[in-house]
Ligand binder design. Structure first.
Ligand SMILES: Cc1ncc(COP(=O)(O)O)c(C=O)c1O
Length: 392
């Protein structure tokens, strides 16, 4: 054994990518509708990203956070302008961004003398990452099993249940953490009522509201930040995945009030805000403006929903209605059919899709996907579904 056995890898070796396609070692081209798990928003080998990375690699690859450097400063300003937030903390992954959010929420309360206020309230169905703090905020037992004891001070409230939320938000809650769209649990979208009530209760009870936009942010819902689609603002937002189009980066964004929670020495990361991922993220943000990406995402989303609905109505014993928002879409698979088997059949037809919790197919393609590619994806899926029907 060389790589530890943590992933069920598919039996193909990817050697290159181009736009919405991935190419394996035999030269076979796959239509990529999972985008490296919602990461490759501009597709693969995007020239602007490649150029920014190459230029930055020749200029400065690392300086540490002992000093200022231009890519991190520029990216922080860009993210603040685009989000309306105030403070930025850079790290290297989604789970680290959530760790930073959890620590900031606790320190913010502590600094105000509210030392008993340390509970992090999360939702059923949540996924916030694999490190111990983020895992403690992750509801699904399959991710938690065997890792006890997890850090204390984490509680759960049912997703999209506003009534229960009222009683769950007690005076020791430092923060409520919510995914506006739960990806891992099978693509479930938060209701506007639930998010509004979350905002209202956090304000009323003195807690911070954290949105984990690691999967649903960076344009995936049809606006750069998911919170814009829901018309309300959290105090803290975490992003990662798509920001640098494949280079490792995580970010905690904090509004002005919450930013005061961290002071020098409170948190840190050797590689956080490294020049190359920051340069890639800046190139991504500039490219997305030129592409009018939000409008494209909304149009392709409508097309995908219509096509998947039609496919589901032709195969009602296999598929349920699609759900999601923008280009984060789940299709429930009915038993005895299995999402994993359909994903494998799709891959055999050169279509890459993912699966998610609750026996669900997951689409998170590059946001640049074309109209023709969406049609091709759904017709390949149709053939995979036909094959699954024969073999069950
Ligand atoms: C909503 C959400 N939060 C956190 C994470 C963890 O991100 P990472 O794998 O970069 O640590 C993920 C990853 O899938 C996610 O979807």
């Amino acid at each position: 054994m060389t790589l530890l056995d943590t992933y069920n890898r598919a039996p193909i070796t990817i050697v290159a990518g181009e736009g919405c396609e991935l190419i394996d070692a035999s030269g076979r081209r796959y239509l990529d509708c999972i985008g490296g798990l919602a990461v490759s928003v501009l597709g693969h080998a995007h020239p602007a990203i490649a150029e920014a990375v190459a230029v930055q690699a020749r200029t400065l690859t690392h300086a540490s956070n002992l000093y200022h450097h231009e890519p991190a400063g520029e990216l922080a300003r860009e993210l603040v302008t685009r989000s309306g937030m105030s403070g930025v903390f850079f790290c290297n992954s989604g789970t680290e961004a959530n760790e930073a959010a959890i620590k900031l929420a606790r320190k913010w309360a502590y600094r105000r003398g509210d030392t008993e206020r340390a509970t992090i309230l999360a939702c059923t169905g949540s996924f916030h990452g694999r490190t111990l703090g983020a895992l403690a905020a992750t509801a699904n037992p399959s991710y938690r099993e065997g890792f006890a004891p997890l850090p204390a001070g984490f509680e759960f409230t049912p997703f999209n249940d506003t009534l229960t939320l009222r009683s769950a938000m007690h005076e020791r809650v430092a923060a409520l953490i919510v995914e506006p769209v739960q990806g891992e649990s099978g693509v479930h979208v938060a209701t506007v009522e639930f998010l509004r009530e979350s905002r209202r209760l956090c304000d009323e009870r003195g807690a911070l509201l954290i949105f984990d936009e690691i999967q649903c942010g960076m344009g995936r819902t049809g606006s750069l930040f998911a919170f814009e689609r829901f018309g309300l603002r959290p105090d803290l937002v975490t992003i990662a995945k798509g920001l640098a189009n494949g280079l490792p980066i995580g970010v905690l964004l904090a509004d002005e009030r919450a930013s005061s929670g961290f002071q020098p020495g409170d948190h840190g990361s050797t590689f956080g805000g490294s020049p190359i991922p920051c340069a890639a993220a800046l190139a991504h943000l500039r490219a997305r403006d030129a592409l009018d990406l939000d409008a494209r995402v909304r149009a392709r989303s409508r097309q995908l929903f219509v096509a998947l609905e039609e496919l589901a109505s032709k195969n009602p014993e296999v598929l349920g209605s699609p759900r999601g928002i923008g280009l984060l879409v789940g299709v429930p698979v009915r038993e005895p059919y299995e999402a994993a088997a359909i994903v494998a059949e799709a891959r055999a037809r050169a279509l890459l899709i993912g699966s998610a919790g609750g026996n669900t197919l997951r689409f998170a393609p590059p946001l640049i996907i074309s109209k023709a590619e969406v049609s091709r994806a759904v017709s390949l899926l149709e053939s995979a579904v036909q094959r699954s029907r024969v073999s069950v």
